[in-house]
Structure formats: structure tokens, C-alpha cells
Design a binder for this molecule. Structure first.
Ligand code: ZN
Length: 222
């Protein structure tokens, strides 16, 4: 089955703390698209008690990067599942293109599933200082894994607004780990971003303002 012209694929990119997960979910809701986030899907993958499931618990728990092979395989499995939904309107991809290999293989996967006709890449730019600031203050639900951004109304939350679970600081949101992630972004993810830029597919958005204002800016470009 071919996708109709209206079906959208939106890839959201940005450094840690740029709010890409939040914006990706808002976009999915607005356009009735599937939210396909690497964090959620890899956490669900941990629950399969096989070799990869058990190893993911260890690797993700230590804050290390999940290897590209596992990331791309997991994305492929997710796209295969989505392909079974005949009325799907499209999807928002979050966290699958951290390095150029993954960007290229994501393109191949989208092409394989005939989802490559209407792909937009949104980059949320923030300063290093903002990244540090937001990451050291954001919280995560202990129960369902939901990340609560340090922004607007979310600052007031005492418990998870989805499941009522306890809110904690994420294991890998410490200064050393944040520094490492930002270095990886500069050294690796920038190459993936340049790959999209060279193809004229990159839409740059200022990620510094409020969640609502960023979202409005994104909508103007789509
Ligand atoms: Zn929760």
C-alpha cells in the first residue's frame, strides 16, 4: 500500500534538554500521527526477557549509548508494526538519528516502507547553558518512565501527571553524564544534522522560548 501525499513523517532532533520529546508528542497529537520515540520503545524492549532485553536494562541503566545496530533494528521492528495499521496518518520520529549512520539507515528504512515521500526534519537549537540548566532540573517518573521537563506548569508537578508515580532525577542527568552527552552531540549528531542540511531538508527552530511558543514556530514551518 502506498502512502497518500498527506501522510507525514516528522523527524525531531536537538541536543539533550532541547524539549524534542515534548514537541514530538505535541506534533503527534496535533496531526493524529504516531509518536515513535526511541526512549519509550527501548524501555518497552527491556521488558522482553531475552538477551537484548536484559542487556538493554544494563546499558541504559548505566547511561551508555545503545549501539546503532540495536537502535536501527528496534526502529525497523516498530515501523513493521506501524505498517499493519492501514489508516495511519504518519509518524513523528524522536531519538533514532543520533549519528549519521542512523540517519542514513533511517532514510533507507523509510524508503523500504514507502514512507519517504513527505519527510520533514526539525532541529531544536538551544545553548549549552540552557541544556545544562534544563537537564539538571528535569525529573522522571519512577513508575512509567515519563520525562517531566523543567518548564512552565510542569515545574509545579509533585507526582507524575500520567500515572501518579513518584518523580525522581534521572540516573544519567548528572553533570558528568550531561557533559558527555553534549560532547557526543557536538561530535556525532552534528554530522547527522549536516547530512540533512546538505539535502535541504533541515528546518531550524529556536528551542529557547516556552513550549507553546516553540510549538507555534514549528507549526508555521510545516
Ligand atoms: Zn508516570
Amino acid at each position: 500500500m502506498r502512502l497518500s501525499k498527506n501522510q507525514k513523517v516528522i523527524i525531531v532532533m536537538g541536543p539533550a534538554g532541547s524539549g524534542k520529546g515534548t514537541q514530538a508528542k505535541l506534533l503527534a497529537k496535533k496531526f493524529g500521527l504516531e509518536y515513535v520515540g526511541s526512549g519509550d520503545i527501548l524501555r518497552a524492549r527491556q521488558k522482553v526477557g531475552d538477551f537484548t532485553g536484559k542487556k538493554l536494562i544494563k546499558v541504559m541503566g548505566s547511561g551508555a549509548l545503545v549501539p546503532s545496530f540495536v537502535v536501527v533494528k528496534t526502529l525497523g521492528d516498530a515501523l513493521e508494526r506501524l505498517k499493519r495499521q492501514p489508516k495511519i496518518k504518519g509518524m513523528v520520529l524522536d531519538g533514532w538519528t543520533r549519528i549519521i549512520f542512523e540517519a542514513i539507515l533511517t532514510d533507507e528504512a523509510l524508503n523500504w516502507y514507502d514512507w519517504d515521500k513527505n519527510v520533514k526534519v526539525i532541529l531544536l537549537n538551544i545553548s549549552r547553558r540552557t541544556s545544562y540548566n534544563r537537564l539538571t532540573k528535569r525529573r522522571q517518573c519512577k513508575k512509567c518512565g515519563r520525562l517531566i521537563p523543567w518548564a512552565g506548569e510542569f515545574k509545579k508537578l509533585k507526582k507524575c501527571d500520567k500515572c501518579g508515580g513518584e518523580l525522581i532525577t534521572r540516573v544519567d542527568d548528572n553533570l558528568e553524564s550531561i557533559k558527555k552527552r553534549l560532547e557526543e552531540y557536538k561530535n556525532q549528531t552534528m554530522k547527522a544534522i549536516n547530512y540533512y542540511r546538505k539535502q535541504g531538508r533541515l528546518i531550524k527552530i529556536n528551542g529557547e522560548p516556552s513550549i507553546e511558543d516553540i510549538f507555534k514556530e514549528i507549526l508555521k514551518t510545516l
